[in-house]
Design a protein. Structure first.
Length: 546
């Protein structure tokens, strides 16, 4: 049984005052596992390998006439999982300055710490002060509230191990919302007293000193209208898991209007930790999307009226969000269906969330695959000041390279000029390409069956859609030959999210969850699946069970 399922069983054995999904998310973030339905709290975990590339192929972005900044999300400094942020963050900044020595700014869109505890802000400050060489702008995510929520609401019940008490309440409901003030005060102490990166926007004397919601201006000569607005809002306590933005909607409206009035042809950047619902992958349901409704309730808070309002009014809007931890190599990380541009920002130093309903290499799904601990990505945004065209590079610091083709956005586009709508990308995409010598094999017997696919013979059709990936393999097991009854049908997450050096030539997995009867003949048929569900048959193999 996978760890996620064990944690769900452990949840059923206790009362924690939070939903099963949140329990599993927080437990995973704390490195908590479950054995036999009991929680296991390791005192320490070895840090995961961080793949530093042997060879890099970064572009050189040094030509003049450009404004450039990076966007980072979900750094999770202080996480009790083995993400090795202490190595990832310095390596990433080193690469950024190799690409662009005179970059203008770095923006962090939330969950920069894992709980918002003071000691985590200390470490975040040390990492930024030692490694960042350009001004930093930063806003809060939901995780910045967890330490203070636990302090305000812990009544001593439930697990008492130290780290758990930092990240989750142990009462049936939140009775003291004053922790919001404490969490925001601690964030302000960080930018006011701990962050020392020269020129940073929120430090004392900076243009956004002490602010939690910020209208940053990057580039220009300091006169109104000469730079580019990067409007960034923090979530507030309320709704489900601190993803409520209702209290900041008027503030966002005001600053969007002011930026557009300065120059309606310039792109306007909006940053929030959470995505708008049902837009970028994966912004659907539960805690994955932000609550941008006027009302704090789950139903009203998920109303997308605000998003559709600003999308219609500001086609030059480019919105960046984090929270999902979905690998940026997924082409659905950009979304233009409603007239503006939305981009999701993976994770800078934590681990990937794999949301597809696919088995990972351990037989779990809908969670963190083991190899996803190595994640380290961010985006580099480049604005051509002559044309206001925006180019977005997806940086993968494990790979030492830009992922796929950079996205380009014309801030003055009309709807017909949008390149990255779901319909256009899906229509352009094609099923994966399978080499003629690709093979599928089956091994094992009554005690367990495994299959293998020559993954190095299967490729995304990037001639059809430049940024497509082989997202998964779907496996059917038929009784008898391939025309027989289907006894098993499951999807397996491919290795697309791994650094290329860690992608094996042969993709091998057990048939997780299968129940096949002995004394029968079977045929296994394997398909490769792209990001839009288009399939190509890889091959088939017959086998018998004694």
């Amino acid at each position: 049984m996978g760890t996620q399922h064990s944690l769900e069983n452990a949840y059923d054995r206790g009362t924690f005052g939070i939903s099963r999904r949140t329990f599993v998310e927080l437990a995973a973030a704390a490195g908590i596992t479950a054995v036999g339905g009991a929680l296991v709290f390791p005192d320490a975990q070895a840090q995961a390998k961080f793949t530093e590339p042997v060879q890099t192929s970064w572009p050189s972005l040094t030509d003049s006439g450009k404004v450039r900044f990076t966007v980072h999300s979900d750094t999770h400094i202080g996480s009790n999982t083995n993400n090795n942020w202490a190595d990832k963050v310095p390596a990433a900044f080193k690469a950024i300055y190799e690409i662009c020595p005179d970059i203008d700014a770095h923006f962090f869109v939330g969950d920069s710490t894992d709980t918002g505890a003071p000691k985590q802000y200390d470490e975040l400050a040390d990492l930024l002060n030692d490694n960042a060489q350009a001004p930093v702008g930063i806003v809060m995510g939901n995780h910045e509230y967890y330490y203070w929520m636990a302090r305000a609401n812990n009544d001593g019940t439930g697990p008492t191990q130290g780290y758990w008490r930092e990240i989750a309440p142990h009462v049936t409901e939140v009775t003291d919302p004053s922790y919001e003030v404490d969490a925001e005060d601690e964030f302000c102490k960080f930018v006011d007293r701990k962050l020392k990166v020269e020129g940073s926007f929120q430090i004392p004397g900076g243009p956004n000193a002490g602010e939690i919601d910020c209208d940053f201006v990057v580039g220009g000569d300091g006169t109104p209208g000469s730079g580019y607005h990067v409007i960034a809002a923090s979530p507030r306590v309320g709704g489900y898991d601190h993803r409520f933005y209702g209290d900041t909607l008027d503030w966002i409206r005001e600053h969007l209007a002011a930026a557009a009035q300065e120059d309606p042809n310039k792109p306007i950047f909006l940053l929030t930790h959470h995505p708008f619902g049902n837009t970028v992958w994966y912004s659907v349901g539960g805690s994955w999307n932000g609550q941008f409704g006027e009302d704090i309730s789950e139903t009203e808070g998920n109303d997308n009226a605000f998003y559709h309002e600003i999308a219609a009014q500001y086609p030059q809007l480019i919105h960046f969000s984090g929270h999902t931890h979905v690998p940026m190599v997924d082409p659905r990380s950009i979304y233009q269906d409603d007239g503006c541009t939305l981009v999701q920002t993976a994770t800078f130093a934590n681990n990937f969330w794999m949301i597809e309903p696919d088995y990972d290499e351990t037989g779990s799904y809908g969670g963190h695959p083991d190899s996803g601990q190595d994640a380290s990505q961010c985006e580099l945004v480049e604005i051509d000041t002559a044309t206001d065209e925006v180019t977005i590079y997806r940086l993968d610091f494990r790979e030492g390279a830009v992922l796929g083709q950079p996205w380009t956005v014309d801030a003055s586009h009309g709807v017909d000029g949008l390149q990255y709508t779901t319909d256009k990308m899906e229509a352009a995409s094609a099923a994966p390409v399978v080499d003629s010598d690709a093979q599928v094999t089956v091994t094992g017997g009554s005690d367990g069956v495994s299959f293998a696919i020559t993954a190095d013979k299967v490729h995304a059709d990037t001639a059809a859609l430049p940024n497509d990936v082989v997202l998964a393999y779907r496996v059917e097991v038929h009784e008898g030959d391939a025309s027989g009854e289907v006894d098993y049908d499951a999807r397996y997450m491919s290795d697309y999210y791994k650094v290329s050096a860690d992608r094996a030539a042969s993709f091998e997995r057990p048939l997780f969850g299968s129940v096949l009867k002995g004394g029968r003949d079977y045929t296994l048929v394997a398909y490769a699946v792209n990001a839009f569900g288009k399939e190509s048959k890889v091959g088939e193999a017959s086998f018998s069970l004694a």
